[in-house]
Design a protein around this ligand. Structure first.
Ligand code: SAM
Ligand code: SF4
Length: 349
């Protein structure tokens, strides 16, 4: 039975005047890759499967978030394509009347198989994470031999034709910082906008150090050396990426979360697969929505909880961290093992 839309939604702002407009839903904490900037360890603590929200619970949660302002929903993980019956979940979320934008971030290893069903179910946009065009390097980064499958997945998504296809590239010093031009050219070839992302000290990035970060300024200098002058597009609103244009009009983005954090415009929050809601990627505490969802709480109760959580929000952690001269990994391994909700792959990138 489709959830009803009320006549009017009441938007909410946090204590810094920021609206809640975008929700990232981690649909599974498991992943088939082991990217060094995200899952560099040998062993992980997984969420108990009994705690994972089912499609109906996720739908009710997303519906409630929409009542206070969310219009843009991104499915992520872990690797979202490992979640069973993902197209059915996408169809439910796409049918929510207030969801205007439904996207997914994926490593694409299973995308060749699922791109068609997901598009048919109503998925609008896809972002694929791809950090290298060299298969040996990809294997070293991800500790899995899945480069060919990821490329196949990207080409399948390009052939099907989503409203937008993007490529996320996490740039790490002495690892893939010599591939900026090649990846941009690959993006052009497959019709995908590339976004270069600074290596972030998120939970899970236990090998992080400031020296391994290639700053936006440095990336732009390298691209300018190759392509000539770049144009920076004026407004980015609340989007995490600043956008640039090459002389021929090719667009690309930069996510400079480390050197130019953008907390002031942040309208995003994150829901884990087991119902913990975080108002910041770096937040120490989340709000557990699972008890309410499992107790059959109606929309109004869920909305009250979300509204209260957002109305008290003051998070500006990326900016605070940027002022810390001793900045290092956010958590040691033991702290991550003690609570997997601190992991990027649980919280959803
Ligand atoms: N497995 C999917 C994927 O890789 O696209 C979705 C989940 S992943 C956690 C979401 C995004 O977070 C990816 O684009 C990934 O590159 C990014 N990410 C993970 N760890 C990061 C880090 N330490 N710094 C910057 N981006 C990171
Ligand atoms: Fe890599 Fe995404 Fe898996 Fe993290 S969740 S290890 S970024 S593929």
């Amino acid at each position: 039975m489709p959830l009803e839309t009320p006549a009017k939604t009441e938007l909410v702002r946090d204590l810094l005047g920021r609206p809640l407009a975008s929700l990232r839903v981690s649909v599974i904490d498991r992943c088939d890759l082991r990217c060094q900037y995200c899952m560099p360890e040998e062993h992980y603590t997984w969420l108990p499967s009994k705690d994972i929200l089912n499609a109906s619970e996720l739908e009710r949660a997303v519906d409630a978030f929409c009542q206070v302002g969310v219009r843009s929903v991104r499915l992520t993980g872990g690797e979202p394509l490992l979640r069973a019956k993902l197209p059915a979940l996408v169809a439910r979320l796409a049918a929510l009347p207030l969801v205007e934008d439904l996207a997914m971030t994926t490593n694409a290893t299973q995308l060749a198989r699922w791109a068609g069903p997901l598009r048919a179910a109503g998925l609008q946009r896809i972002t694929v994470s791809l950090d290298s065009l060299d298969s040996a390097r990809f294997a070293a980064l991800t500790r899995r031999n899945a480069h060919a499958k990821a490329l196949e997945g990207i080409r399948a998504a390009a052939a099907i034709g989503f409203d937008a296809l993007k490529l996320n590239v996490v740039v790490m010093r002495d690892f893939n910082d010599d591939e900026l031009v090649a990846l941009l050219e690959f993006g052009r070839e497959v019709g995908a906008e590339v976004r270069f992302i600074e290596y972030m000290d998120v939970g899970g990035a236990t090998q992080w150090s400031r020296q391994k970060v290639v700053s936006q300024a440095e990336m732009l200098a390298r691209l300018t050396a190759h392509y000539g002058p770049l144009e920076r597009e004026a407004e980015r609103g609340s989007a995490p990426a600043a956008r640039f244009r090459l002389g021929d009009g090719t667009r690309f983005g930069m996510v400079a979360s480390v050197t130019e954090p953008f907390c002031g415009a942040c309208d995003r929050s994150r829901l884990t697969a087991d119902g913990l809601w975080y108002t910041c990627l770096y937040a120490q505490q989340g709000t557990d929505l699972k008890p309410l969802l499992r107790a059959g709480a109606d929309r109004e109760r869920l909305v009250r909880r979300i509204r209260a959580g957002w109305a008290g929000r003051t998070d500006q952690s990326a900016e605070e961290r940027s002022r810390d001269p001793q900045r290092g990994a956010l958590y040691p391994v033991e702290a991550l093992q003690a609570d997997p909700h601190r992991e990027m792959h649980t919280r959803g990138g």
